[in-house]
Design a protein around this ligand. Structure first.
Ligand SMILES: [Mn+2]
Length: 434
């Protein structure tokens, strides 16, 4: 017997990967864990007859000859097939293991006899590539499910983990007739009343902590029962709050803490932080379920894990231009015009006795030239209200300041002294290189 398994609480990527694997291994049966994600359950309410699967309890694990594992490879997430894991440990020669996964490696990983593992945005992508290569025919319903898998795990190709391979797989699925109407129905399903209530509580309880110079939001919410789709609640809350990351801790029936983590900044690896408390996931998204601890303890453990992996964002001082050229306020504009041309600068801070008193841009000087005012001193047309930034602010913070104030350069300060200048060019280089 050949079986395909994935992680519990299967989301669209897990379920789509399992169905796709069945196209590649036609003899294999799809085995799902005891719980399915809410979106997948809703999808199956209409598509049950198209996609058949069995439960682990229906499998004679002693009779399995080929185990195909998709969208997971950590052993702790495969407790349904503990008997098969034991056979693997015993070196059973009758059992072959194949792994298709896109998660980062851990010491707890199952090692397959064959492995297709790559850092792509979704596991489904890997299976779609194999189907495309093998010219395996798929119909529009299958193409739609596979596209749902990729869209879900990649945030429709904009999560930091997305790759061109995911986009090519989606394009191929569209060629195979993936239905946009069905994609939209399941990708932007309206929230249930329970989800809306939970969202309101997450927003209400949100507390911002500074971890490694980044704003990380924590929300502890007490629930008297499990709520479906809290992952969506956490994503939505982060989008509304706009911090670098958010961890929503749902204390369910005073028994377990269900954590959902989401990040908008590449500097935070949510999956790695949650692996520290027995959960898992990717850099932008992860989850964990912790028993026997209160939410405050779990929050402390997450902060410890985040601090250990030290998300050190790039700071202003790492990318500012230094040493900085400055001019005195009494310098004639004609001299400055010459200097700007040689320095190729678009603006310079104006200092009187070491103190910042203004800033002047090439545009100001050009205007003075047009008006025939080049004989006047720099002080006559400098801007004396100068927006500055401290050298130890994160670049992310500097970027926000520039956008808010709509200024092209910020003198960088250390104890009231100008130590550098941060220009649009510096910031853009950072934005596009990272
Ligand atoms: Mn996945």
């Amino acid at each position: 017997m050949e079986i395909i398994v994935t992680h519990d609480l299967a989301d669209f990527d897990a379920f789509a990967s399992a169905v796709a694997a069945q196209k590649l291994y036609p003899e294999a049966r799809v085995v799902m864990g005891p719980r399915l994600g809410r979106n997948v359950r809703e999808f199956l309410a209409l598509h049950k007859d198209r996609f058949r699967f069995i439960r682990a309890s229906e499998v004679d694990q002693a009779a399995v000859r080929h185990l195909i594992v998709v969208d997971v490879r950590r052993r702790s997430r495969l407790s349904d097939v503990a008997e098969l894991l034991a056979r693997i440990d015993a070196g059973d020669p009758l059992l072959r293991v194949t792994v298709w996964d896109h998660h980062g490696a851990t010491s707890d990983d199952l090692v397959g006899d064959e492995e297709v593992v790559a850092k792509v945005g979704s596991a489904t992508t890997l299976l779609v590539e194999a189907m495309r290569e093998g010219a395996v025919p798929i119909d529009a319903v299958e193409a739609t499910l596979f596209a749902l898998g990729i869209h879900t795990d990649t945030g429709s190709l904009v999560h930091a983990t997305s790759t061109a391979r995911d986009a090519r797989a989606v394009a191929w699925l569209m060629d195979q007739g993936a239905s946009l109407a069905v994609l939209n129905r399941y990708l932007s399903a309206p929230m249930t009343p329970d989800q809306r209530r939970a969202l309101a509580e997450v927003l209400e309880a949100a507390e911002v902590r500074c971890v490694g110079r980044l704003e990380v939001c924590f929300s502890i919410v007490v629930l008297d029962r499990d709520i479906d789709g809290i992952d969506v609640v956490a994503s939505e809350a982060l989008a509304l709050l706009g911090h670098h990351a958010l961890f929503a801790l749902f204390f369910v029936k005073s028994k377990a803490v269900q954590v959902v983590g989401r990040a908008r900044s590449d500097w935070i690896d949510v999956g790695a932080a949650l692996r520290g408390i027995g959960g898992g996931g990717h850099a932008p998204a992860g989850a964990a379920r912790v028993k026997g601890q209160g939410p405050a303890e779990v929050q402390d453990a997450i902060i410890r894990a985040l601090t250990e992996q030290a998300p050190r964002p790039r700071l202003v001082r790492d990318v500012m231009s230094t040493p900085v050229r400055t001019v005195p306020p009494e310098l004639p504009l004609s001299d400055l015009e010459q200097s700007l041309r040689t320095w190729q600068h678009t603006g310079v801070p104006v200092l009187r006795g070491g103190e910042l008193v203004g800033i002047i841009s090439r545009r100001d000087v050009e205007k003075a030239a047009r008006d025939g005012r080049l004989a006047l001193p720099v002080s006559s047309c400098m801007a004396s209200r100068v927006h500055t930034i401290a050298e130890d602010v994160s670049l992310e913070g500097a970027l926000e300041r520039m956008t808010e104030r709509d200024v092209g350069r910020l003198p960088v300060m250390r104890n009231d002294r100008v130590v550098g200048i941060l220009s649009r060019t510096d910031v853009l280089r950072f934005l596009y290189d990272e």
